[in-house]
Design a protein around this ligand. Structure first.
Ligand code: NAD
Length: 248
């Protein structure tokens, strides 16, 4: 299929996990892909080579999405390399879980910066290009815990809830310029991020998911393709739950 033919997409945190899967699906739908990640060069290059196999243009850019100056430089470089920028996926994210009483201030700050400030930094840097084109779509990766909450994740849940407020506000701000902004709230997804969890916790999650299995990164990527494509051209300011029915 060619749902994203000739579109140019920027995806953050796409060296691995959900971001990589989104990049692969976008490429398989004909999009050119720019990946921004802090992953070591060998990992980033391996991903770029894999995605380039889809016969589209794929390039990797090493940058920290919390650093506004680095991001501005990289976005200008991407605009030179790719021309127009049609799609932005704010996917980069981390966890630093702990009960609030034991949570270090630096773990609060780090999670809020990587998960939420990055969405502000990236979306702001991309604005002039999308406004000039009078088109574009932004997809922010939130989480079901940003809606329902989760013990041990006050920092992470706050960052993901913040993304939802950001998404709804920006959608209202830029809709008149033909730019859409939506969020995806994944449930429990099998990636390196969740591999760290004890086997028992993974079992408990699986039991409470009505579809009785964790999500694969591709489940999230399919929703991202929909939101990036013209099939969702009348959808903005929304949060799509991709969680196997975990949250209704
Ligand atoms: P992951 O840890 O496998 O991948 C995250 C990627 O982000 C890595 O490649 C990492 O290098 C990159 N990254 C981290 N900090 C960065 C920074 N400052 N600048 C640039 N890149 C940075 O994680 P994942 O499971 O694929 O998660 C992807 C997104 O989905 C995250 O926002 C996460 O919060 C969200 N999410 C994941 C789950 C899940 O169960 N895995 C559930 C809901 C939401």
């Amino acid at each position: 299929m060619d749902l994203l033919l000739n579109k140019n997409a920027i995806i953050t945190g796409a060296a691995r996990g959900i971001g990589k899967s989104i990049a692969m699906k976008f490429a398989s739908e004909g999009a050119n892909v720019a990946i921004i990640d802090i992953a070591p060069d060998d990992i980033l290059n391996e991903t770029v080579n894999e995605i380039s196999g889809f016969n589209i243009v794929c390039k990797g850019y090493n940058a920290d999405v919390t650093n506004a100056q680095q991001v501005e430089t990289i976005i200008n470089e991407i605009a030179k390399d790719f021309g127009k920028i049609n799609i932005l996926v704010n996917n980069a994210g981390i966890t630093r879980d702990n009960l609030l009483i034991r949570m270090k201030e630096e773990d609060w700050d780090k999670v809020i910066n990587v998960n939420l400030k990055s969405v502000f930094v990236m979306s702001k840097a991309i604005q002039p290009f999308m406004i000039h084109q009078r088109s574009g779509t932004i997809i922010n990766i939130s989480s079901v815990v940003g809606i329902a909450g989760n013990a041990g994740q006050t920092n992470y849940s706050a960052s993901k809830a913040g993304i939802i407020g950001f998404t709804k506000s920006l959608a209202k701000e830029i809709g008149s310029r033909n730019i859409r902004c939506n969020a995806i709230a994944p449930g429990f997804v099998e990636t390196e991020m969740t591999k760290q969890l004890p086997e028992e916790v993974i079992k408990q999650y699986t039991q409470i998911i009505p579809l009785k299995r964790p999500a694969k990164p591709e489940d999230i990527a399919n929703a991202a393709v929909f939101l990036a494509s013209d099939m969702s051209s009348y959808i903005t300011g929304q949060v799509i739950h991709v969680c196997g029915g975990m949250l209704t």
